[in-house]
Design a protein around this ligand. Structure first.
Ligand code: UD1
Length: 421
């Protein structure tokens, strides 16, 4: 198994290209199931997660073809199967989003309950309630969801989500685009990836209004058309590199980052003393040698502070002066990075969903273990800021969500390399 070896203490200077958003790309791939015409996604991140999704779609009979210049061609002309096995779905939760499109187009599907990062229970009850509201009949048996559409297909409905779940909102949007009539999703999630999916579905012929607000209105169509769509820039990758530059010190431009998509993070980083500036087609992050101030944060659905940047922000706070309180409100088991950061000398106490981080003057390199996708990269950030050598083991988590991580960091001066064990 590969590991990543970092010699810390080098400032990051230069430019870091930001890829297309993983979380958006996976749902856009699912959207390609809604039409028998070709769909091309540009600015596609090349990641283990998008490959998993590609394998699953290929197993359903979809033509999946990686093309040059970060393009992915998908063509679901017809399906050879409507069954997604445990082996294909367990590795990644987003694969579950094929269920709605399959029943919308084929009338039935059998999909395994999903897996993914071990950051909490992560049920799919809201996904299933949304599909049921559209008329789907759902049965759970032996770890699988068996679902079918009524005769005549799914029918538009009002879906009131008890929690603004990202996945359930997207799943409802996908299925509603091929349902008869109008669907209204209340208490919808407002993440930028929802806006990206809405733009894609609208270009495919469904009319989606209100993305970015809590109320999304969708006019479904009997048939959708193929399109070419550019995946939005990854705001979590942006957050990650911004926090890496802040932690290691330096001055870098994140090319392709969308400034407007990370306002809660920019506000916290500015309070800590980091320079954040919108520049043409990107964001500039700078920090000179001075010590940062500690800042308290609480994760919230968008536009609040993103849970997917909580671990990386904690890595920054380990070096701030004073004490930072970090509350995680989205997932119940998302502090697995805290004991690993402590190996580098961080002073963190976790009580339930609250972590108290008492800033230390320096971190010292050590061997650490990656536990989930975002936690792993928080260890990379801490390693870049630490004195000496840090070895991050179990890096397959990183490969799920960060494209060319070492190359992007080496490009702005970091001393980081991958070693095969
Ligand atoms: C998506 C992102 C993930 C991010 C999360 C929150 C993808 C592939 N993943 O995950 O990176 O951390 O949004 O921003 O886009 N819940 C239920 N029942 C459901 C669905 C969710 O109880 O049916 C709970 C979850 O257990 C969790 C909370 O709702 O505690 C948030 O989940 P949700 O917003 O659905 O996140 P995901 O779509 O899984």
């Amino acid at each position: 198994m590969d590991r990543i070896v970092i010699q810390g203490g080098t400032r990051l200077e230069g430019r870091i290209p930001i890829s297309g958003a993983k979380n958006s790309a996976l749902k856009l791939m699912a959207a390609a199931l809604l039409t028998d015409e070709p769909v091309t996604l540009t600015n596609m991140p090349r990641l283990a997660d998008s490959r998993f999704m590609g394998h699953l779609m290929a197993s359903l009979g979809v033509t999946v073809e990686e093309a040059p210049n970060a393009c992915l061609n998908l063509h679901a002309a017809k399906f050879t199967d409507t069954y997604a096995s445990y082996d294909l779905v367990r590795k990644m939760r987003a694969t579950f989003n094929v269920l709605g499109p399959l029943i919308a187009r084929e009338g039935k599907a059998k999909v395994s309950l999903p897996g993914g990062c071990a950051i909490g229970a992560r049920p799919v009850d809201l996904h299933l309630k949304a599909l049921e509201a559209l008329g789907a009949r759902i049965e759970l048996s032996e770890g699988y969801v068996e679902a079918s559409a009524p005769k005549g297909g799914l029918v538009g409905a009002e879906i009131d989500l008890p929690f603004a779940s990202v996945g359930a909102t997207e799943h409802a949007m996908l299925a509603a685009s091929l349902a008869r009539g109008e669907t209204v999703i209340e208490n919808a999630a407002r993440e930028p990836e929802i806006g990206d999916l809405a733009d894609c579905l609208t270009a495919m012929g469904a009319l989606v209004e209100g993305a970015g607000t809590s109320s999304i209105r969708i006019q479904g169509r009997e048939k959708l058309n193929g399109i070419t769509h550019r995946v939005v820039g990854d705001r979590i990758e942006t957050a990650t590199y911004a926090l890496a530059v802040a932690a290691a010190g330096g001055d870098a431009v994140l090319d392709g980052a969308v400034h407007a998509h990370n306002k809660a993070l920019w506000s916290a980083m500015s309070k800590a003393g980091v320079t954040v500036e919108a520049v043409e087609n990107g964001v500039r992050i700078a920090r000179n040698g001075s010590r940062l101030d500690s800042v308290d944060i609480e994760t919230q659905p968008y536009p609040g502070f993103p849970t997917d940047a909580q671990a990386q922000f904690m890595a920054l706070m380990t070096l701030a002066s004073g004490t930072s309180v970090i509350r995680e409100t989205i997932f119940e088991n998302r502090f697995m990075h805290a004991p690993e950061l402590a190996r580098l000398g961080a002073d963190i106490t976790v009580h339930g969903n609250e972590a108290v981080v008492r800033g230390v003057k320096t971190l010292k390199g050590a061997p650490v273990m990656a536990t989930d996708l975002r936690a792993s990269v928080s260890l990379v950030i801490a390693g870049l800021a630490a004195e000496g050598e840090t070895v991050v083991n179990r890096v397959y988590h990183l490969d799920r969500g960060f494209e060319r991580l070492e190359a992007k960091l080496t490009g702005c001066g970091a001393r980081i390399e991958r070693q095969a064990e």
